[in-house]
Design a protein around this ligand. Structure first.
Ligand code: GDP
Length: 441
């Protein structure tokens, strides 16, 4: 993956005393290759590498960092710059009903995203939202939006099967205005490929609906072709933003980079799953971190903060960065996991989520196991928790007796802790190891 590749390149650079032109060239060659493998479009790769190279060769190496760290920082800053510097939320600053027009290829996740956005605006922003499907070609699509609307508790415009898309758009606007809605979201017809007739139809809808935002929904897994799709839509409709879906399945991260570079339009939201709340703000710096393989530490902290105090979460993030993880930390993790209802929360935010989830699903974790493990750690002395190396045979026997379990359970826990500590170290450093069997014992 891109993360792994860049990790390896910088590992090499980290050991050096000084950075010469050859080092920069070598690093850039690797970065170029990694980006291409990550499915970033060729022209974006070329431009990106040129930019980074210019800055890297010209840059002074600060005394306090190694040249390798300097390059990492330059690549990181440049990634953030290309991705858009700051988060870019949906803009609702207009007269009600504020109209959002959703466009994109069929199957990109347009209808799902429409419902996800509606849910978020109605629950978080307390907006009164009306949904309308303009997909007159596929009655099933209209029905799908109606069902999803019901599911998220948001109104949908009643379906009238004889109307044209433009007529529906007009009726939706009227209903939005008279019904006192804050936001109107129009889900347009999907197309399987760029199709002039449908594009002209969408332009006509745009002229009638006068949307405040035109959001292009793109599947992150589409690859090289996504860039052409984005350019075509943007060229005709002058979109205001992009929603990238299936980011949960895109370990390579290339799509975000290409989309943004190709259109210059901000990525506003990302879809991270099929469920209605699997929608997140797009944070350029976090994605850059993720691309560089540093793990999504900020999201990790925020997610954890929902369940534990912010202070605990920050301490945890610091430990992750430092790569130190003792048995007290494991105990806190177990308590948090219990609170979060299993392995969903904190752990799944780390890089390598996919493999992780699979490992979890295969490992039959039950609540009682958490309790037993917590009891074991409670039976240890403070010193043993801080320095697990101390756990020799006689100490293990004492702890087992104290916790009322077999010694083999202590061994299992010690092993599990060691594996987790190793993993934390890798997360802190930027790589990600194999996670299989972590909880299998
Ligand atoms: P549309 O044709 O563009 O309206 O696409 P749909 O909204 O019907 O979505 C197509 C499929 O993609 C559905 O099965 C969705 O559940 C799924 N989907 C949409 N967004 C995401 C996402 O962010 N992650 C994942 N894993 N699946 C998604």
């Amino acid at each position: 993956s891109l993360s792994d590749r860049l990790g390896k390149i910088f590992e090499g650079l980290r050991g050096r005393g000084a950075l010469n032109a050859t080092d920069v060239d070598n690093a850039m060659r690797e970065i170029r290759r990694a980006l291409i493998e990550a499915d970033v479009s060729l022209e974006v790769v070329r431009a990106f590498v040129e930019q980074v190279k210019e800055r890297a060769v010209g840059a002074e190496v600060t005394r306090s960092v190694t040249p390798g760290q300097q390059v990492v920082k330059i690549v990181h800053d440049e990634l953030v710059a290309v991705l858009g510097d700051t988060a870019s939320p949906i803009d609702l600053n207009a007269r009600a009903p504020v109209t959002l027009l959703m466009v994109g290829l069929q199957g990109s996740g347009k209808t799902t995203t429409t419902a996800k956005i509606a849910k978020r605006l109605s629950e978080k922003n307390k907006k009164k939202v009306l949904l309308a499907s303009l997909d007159t070609r596929r009655p099933a699509a209209m029905e799908q939006l109606r069902v999803l609307g019901e599911q998220v508790g948001v109104d949908t415009l009643p379906i009238v099967s004889t109307e044209t898309p433009v007529e529906i758009a007009r009726r939706a606007e009227r209903e939005g205005r008279l019904g006192g809605y804050d936001v109107l979201i129009l889900d347009t017809a999907g197309r399987t490929h760029i199709d002039e007739e449908l594009m002209a139809e969408t332009v006509a809808i745009k002229d009638i609906a006068n949307p405040h935002e035109i959001l292009l929904v793109v599947d992150a897994l589409t690859g090289q072709d996504a860039i052409n799709v984005a350019r075509s839509f943007d060229g005709r409709l002058d979109i205001t933003g992009i929603v990238l879906t299936r980011v949960d399945g895109d370990g390579r991260g290339g799509a975000a980079l290409s989309m943004r570079a190709a259109t210059g339009k901000p990525i506003k939201l990302i879809g991270v799953g099929e469920k209605m709340d699997a929608l997140e703000d797009f944070h350029p710096s976090r994605i850059a971190d993720r691309i560089l393989g540093m793990g999504d530490i900020v999201s990790l902290v925020e997610k954890a903060a929902e369940h534990v105090s912010a202070e605990d979460a920050q301490k945890m993030a610091k430990k992750l960065k430092k790569g130190s993880f003792d048995l007290d930390d494991l105990r806190n993790q177990l308590l948090q996991m219990k609170k979060m209802g299993g392995m969903g929360g904190l752990m799944s935010m780390m890089p390598g989520v996919g493999q992780m989830k699979k490992a979890m699903a295969n490992s039959n974790i039950d609540e009682k196991m958490f309790d037993r493990q917590i009891a074991i750690i409670n039976s240890m002395t403070k010193k043993e928790r801080a320095e697990p190396e101390l756990l020799n045979a006689s100490r293990r026997k004492r702890i087992a007796a104290g916790a009322g379990v077999e010694v083999s359970e202590i061994n299992k826990l010690a092993k599990q802790h060691r594996q987790m500590a190793d993993m934390m170290k890798k997360v802190g450093k930027g790589g990600m190891g194999a996670l299989g069997g972590m909880f299998g014992g």
